[in-house]
Write a protein that binds this ligand. Structure first.
Ligand code: G3H
Length: 255
């Protein structure tokens, strides 16, 4: 692997899915994370908050990382129902997703809020997976690039580097719909993100930041999507709930 080509990461976002019995999915992922796959790709699973602790314990020694799906910007306090980055770290997480479009859409999170959460992630020693992506209307209006650029600039903390930041490009219209952008469209957006990262983390480190593609990634399209320039892995929703599918997506890096 060249210094300028980051090691890929395939991360599963279980969203609001998963009970104690889902431990078996992680067991199956462990079993299928062969030495050959370990040599090529990092894996992470981001379960709901209730399962972060148990799955992190279960994952000890497996090299499958565990992440949260969101965090509060503050370390602690009177914020009923929220979970801090420190709590996720304490439970054994090493990643946290921030700014997922479902948080932006259903919880009104703006770039400034996402940035504060990413700052919290860094404060707690977590790697922030910062999600950005345009809506269908924005793409149809020819604004995809400007929206992504604005979100990236507004959501990325100044202390970001290739160790504590992962960027996930997820076109909103591709999430859970079975639709995906063309390879050319993905390449265009990821190239823009890579270029913007030069300003955000410095030229040398910008090449090492992992930029994931997310939105209807399946075993059937993973090979094509993961081959696109500047795509360094995937953020997988629905397909990450089935170990065989999640492993098959990661397996695109064996080809
Ligand atoms: O975080 C994951 C994304 O929202 C993608 O979800 P999906 O793979 O179900 O389309």
């Amino acid at each position: 692997m060249s210094v300028d080509r980051p090691r890929p990461l395939v991360a599963g976002n279980w969203k609001m899915n998963g009970l104690k019995s889902s431990a078996k999915v992680l067991d199956e992922i462990h079993a299928g994370y062969t030495p050959g796959l370990k040599a090529k790709v990092d894996l992470a699973v981001c379960p709901p908050a209730t399962l972060v602790g148990p799955l992190a314990l279960q994952a000890v020694g497996s090299r499958v990382a565990i992440g949260g799906q969101d965090c509060h910007a503050k370390e602690s306090g009177a914020f009923t129902g929220n979970v801090s980055a420190e709590m996720l770290a304490d439970a054994g997480a090493t990643y946290v997703i921030v700014g997922h479009s479902e948080r932006r859409q259903y919880h009104g999170e703006k770039d400034v809020d996402v940035c504060a959460k990413a700052v919290a992630a860094h404060r707690a020693g977590l790697t922030a997976i910062v999600c950005i992506g345009e809506t269908r209307e924005e793409r149809e209006a020819g604004r995809a690039l400007s929206v992504v650029k604005k979100q990236l600039r507004g959501s990325t903390p100044v202390d970001s580097n290739s160790q504590n930041l992962v960027v996930a490009y997820e076109p909103v219209w591709a999430i859970g719909t079975g639709l995906t952008p063309t390879s050319a469209d993905v390449a265009e957006v990821h190239a823009l993100i890579r270029d913007e990262l030069k300003r955000l983390v410095g030229k040398a480190d910008s090449a090492r930041v992992r930029i994931l593609y997310g939105g209807s990634v399946k075993p059937s399209n993973a090979t094509e999507l993961m081959a696109v320039e500047n795509v360094n892995g995937a953020l997988v929703g629905g397909a990450s709930l089935v170990a065989a599918d999640f492993l098959a997506i990661a397996g695109a890096y064996l080809e």
